[in-house]
Structure formats: C-alpha cells, structure tokens
Ligand binder design. Structure first.
Ligand SMILES: *Cc1c(COP(=O)(O)O)cnc(C)c1O
Length: 464
C-alpha cells in the first residue's frame, strides 16, 4: 500500500525548479542543494515505508519549501552561541571557560595565516614548539619545564605512559576519581599501560599505606585532587609534602593532578581548597597536571609542569605528538597566561575570574532590570529576583558553593519544561536551571554583555 505513496514522490529535477530551492541554489551552491534534496527524499521514502499508517505526499510546492527549510537548518553551524544562565561557571556542556579579549585577539592574529609555531625568529631554524608559552608557564608555576597537550586527560595519560608504562603507580582509594563517564582514573591508567596500585580505604589513607605498597614494580606515587566530591567526617589523606618526602626517599617521582589549574589563590573568590600550581611545585611535586579551561579560564588544553628531566622524557614519548595542541590553542593560552603576570589584571580581564568576583549588588541590579523586562513577556506570569547559591562545576561540589542572584520565572499557561526548552532552542541558546515550577536565570554565569540578548530571548518566547 505505501508504494502508491512512493510513486507520488516528485523527481529531484522537478523539486529543484521550484522557487524556494531555486533561490537556495543561487545562495548556497548547486551541489549542496542537490545533495540535500536527495538525502531528504531518501529519508522520506524510508519513513513512508516504515510508517504504520498511510502517509499523504504533500503537494510539490509545499514539499520544496519544507526541503529548503530543512537544508537551511543543516547548514547552521553545529555550535551555536549560548547564554549560560545555569549558574555553573565551569559547564563542560557549554564549553567551559569563556576566553579573554586578549586571547580572542591572539587567535584572530594567527588563525587565518601562518605563525611562528615551531621556528626561531632569530635564527630561522626549527625550534621547540611553543617555547614561549612554556616559559610563561614556568614563570607562573615555578616549574623548571612545562608542556601543553590537548587536555588534562591527555596530560595524565601521557605522563603515566611516559613515566610508568609496564609498572605500578600508587594512588589512594579515596582519590580514584571519575570526571564524567569518559574519564575514570583507573581506566586512564589502563590505557596508559600502567598498573594501578590502590592503597588505603575510601575515607582513610595513611602515609604508611603508601610506604608498604612501594616495591620493585613501583614507578611513581600519584595524588589526585578530588575536584567534584569531598570525603568528610572520619577521613584522612597524607599531606602533599609527606608524600613527596616518601617518594623521594625511594627515588620515585610524585605526580600531582591538581585538576582545575589555579595559578592564583582562589580563596579571595570564596573558593576553598583549590590547589595552586605554584604551591604544589614548591612542596616538591615532580610533575603537576592541570586543565587550561577550568579555573585558569583559558582554552581547552592540559598542562604538564615539573622537573625538566621528567618533562623532557614525557615530551619524547610518541603519544606526545598525538596529543599536541595547535597554534590557536597556543596563542589563546599564551595571551591568557600573560594576564596572570598581574593578578589584578587577570581578575578583571579573564572572564571566569570577573564572573566569580562580581559583587552581589551588581548581580542584583542586573537581575532587577532583566526581571522587569521579562515580566512584560506574555509567556511569563511573574519574574522575581531571589538570592541563591550555585556551584562552580556541574558536579555540584558541596565545598565550592558560591552566592548568587537569580531571576525566577514562573511561566504563563505552559509548563516550565516547555519554557526552558524554547529558550534552549532559540538563537542564541539560553540555558537556565529549573527549580520546582520556576526557571531560574542565574546571573553568576552570565556575561554582562549578554544581558541584552537574554532579555530579547525572553521577549521572543511565545505565550502558552
Ligand atoms: C577535570 C579534571 C580532569 C580532566 O581534565 P580535562 O581537561 O577535562 O581532560 C582530570 N583530573 C582532575 C582532578 C580534574 O579535575
């Protein structure tokens, strides 16, 4: 029976002559439109064949219009700009840290042309990739040497593979972290060809546990910052300095994965217990690992900083090439790091830091303005300004709670889920968080320059 419908599918050539697709051919390209029409018709035939009930074929003109709309949607960039009103500053789904203006300028200066990625401008000879960035990292962390790779997962994998393949690395059971399903430390160890030697218990690990596990097979001791959970109560972990002393007494390196990559003390921003790279190096860690796009506020990358001899060994491992970063990342990271040479400048110009340090009074004023304009939308029953608490990362770390101010929207004649979905689907995409029957727009993570687009998005949502 569906075959009768299939016989009515118009030809590709017939469709291409209809005005919506003719216009599209002029604006896009002939081959893109022809390819789009074919794919659409293939999908349509499959749908008709598998549909339970008989489907009616639309009239040719309508079909051409539908195909034109569909092709245009396919042509949109897969990445859409988003307003992050979730309150979660380090939102992996929304691309983590927004970049500083200096980083954007550095990217646009090198992206479209050639750049001095691996040449020495004085001698004209080939030089070590990214030497300048590494110098900045050495300056800011106090490490002898540094290396930049794709992300912290890559930094960990590479470090383990280069320093400990075929041998054991000792880690406390309380620090076997998972950062989202694709990063579980035991699995990263396996992928690096390293045997995990877990010691202690979930809540308590003592220095003596590490000591009794050290043997001929040991290649390193590792400490991992528990970025997205805390063990409280009857809990104990050895201090970094104690672990360093023990490792060095046995001629072993101490690898310290500090996670977020704090280059300055974040207690000034109300965050406690964030390990600072420089402190870790000072305490004697041989290799320190961290992300570039978490608290540091730069592009996605992973930093390996530490003793020269070890960093060079890591650099020469074949995986280093597979994990290396491009000129765009190097340019953005260098520009971000330069800002940190003056911490006050960093606090103003690194967006993550300025979002973290925005006063509640400032957030309240902005929330008030947004609320009064939002209330004018027919889709919104009420908009109230409320004081709230948010978390630094998606893992909702209980210790990293941050004060914030939200606009709480009650939808008019529709569900809060449908309001949230419509805002997510807009251009730009707006993400809030749902609490009971209200959609909270949390200003802690909204860049002030985006207040206006946020209001416009609210004015465009439809009534229930
Ligand atoms: C986030 C994190 C990682 C993974 O870093 P990516 O840059 O996301 O690969 C590894 N270890 C710790 C402690 C982290 O917090």
């Amino acid at each position: 029976m569906p075959n009768s419908v299939l016989r009515n599918v118009p030809s590709v050539n017939d469709l291409l002559e209809r005005p919506p697709l003719r216009r599209l051919r002029d604006n896009l390209s002939h081959s893109v439109v022809v390819g789009g029409v074919r794919t659409f018709l293939d999908n349509l035939r499959r749908e008709v064949q598998t549909a339970a009930a008989e489907r009616k074929m639309p009239e040719v003109g309508d079909l051409a219009e539908r195909i034109a709309q569909w092709i245009l949607r396919q042509e949109e960039s897969p990445l859409r700009p988003a307003v992050n009103a979730t309150g979660v500053l380090l939102h992996t789904g929304l691309g983590r840290a927004p970049l500083a203006d200096d980083a954007l300028a550095a990217i646009s200066a090198v992206a479209g042309g050639y750049a001095t990625v691996e040449v020495d401008v004085v001698t004209g000879e080939r030089s070590q990739r990214s030497r300048a960035v590494e110098k900045l990292l050495e300056q800011l962390t106090g490490a002898e040497a540094a290396l930049v790779v794709n992300n912290n997962a890559g930094a960990t994998l590479l470090t383990l593979a280069a320093l400990a393949a075929g041998k054991e690395v000792i880690v406390s059971r309380g620090q076997l972290i998972e950062i989202g399903g694709s990063y579980r430390l035991p699995d990263v160890m396996t992928a690096g060809g390293v045997r995990l030697r877990e010691v202690g218990t979930t809540n308590k690990t003592r220095l003596s546990d590490f000591l009794s596990a050290i043997g001929d097979e040991t290649a390193a001791l590792m400490r991992v910052h528990t970025s997205n959970y805390v063990v409280v109560g009857f809990a104990e972990q050895p201090e970094l300095a104690e672990l360093v002393e023990l490792a060095h007494a046995h001629d072993l390196p101490l690898i310290d994965d500090i996670g977020s990559g704090a280059l300055i003390d974040y207690s000034q921003f109300g965050l406690t217990g964030e390990p600072v790279a420089r402190d870790s190096i000072k305490a004697g860690a041989d290799v320190v690992l961290f992300s570039g796009d978490k608290l540091l506020g730069g592009p996605q990358c992973g930093v390996i900083a530490g003793r020269r001899e070890l960093v060079e060994k890591i650099q020469h491992h074949p995986l280093a090439r597979a994990l290396r970063v491009d000129k765009i990342t190097l340019a953005a990271l260098a520009a971000t790091l330069r800002l940190y040479r003056d911490p006050e400048k960093a606090a103003q110009e690194v967006p993550l830091l300025s979002l973290l340090s925005t006063s509640l009074e400032n957030l309240r004023n902005r929330a008030q303005r947004i609320a009064s304009q939002a209330a004018a939308s027919p889709a919104i029953e009420s908009a109230e300004v409320i004081d709230e608490r948010t978390f630094l990362g998606g893992g909702s770390v209980p210790t990293q709670e941050i004060d914030t101010v939200c606009v709480a929207l009650a939808p008019a004649g529709r569900s809060v889920d449908s309001l949230a979905a419509e805002l997510r689907g807009g251009q730009p995409s707006v993400f809030g968080r749902i609490q009971k029957d209200r959609l909270l727009l949390d200003l802690r993570s909204v860049l002030p320059a985006q207040d206006r687009v946020l209001v416009e998005a609210l004015q465009h949502v439809g009534a229930g």
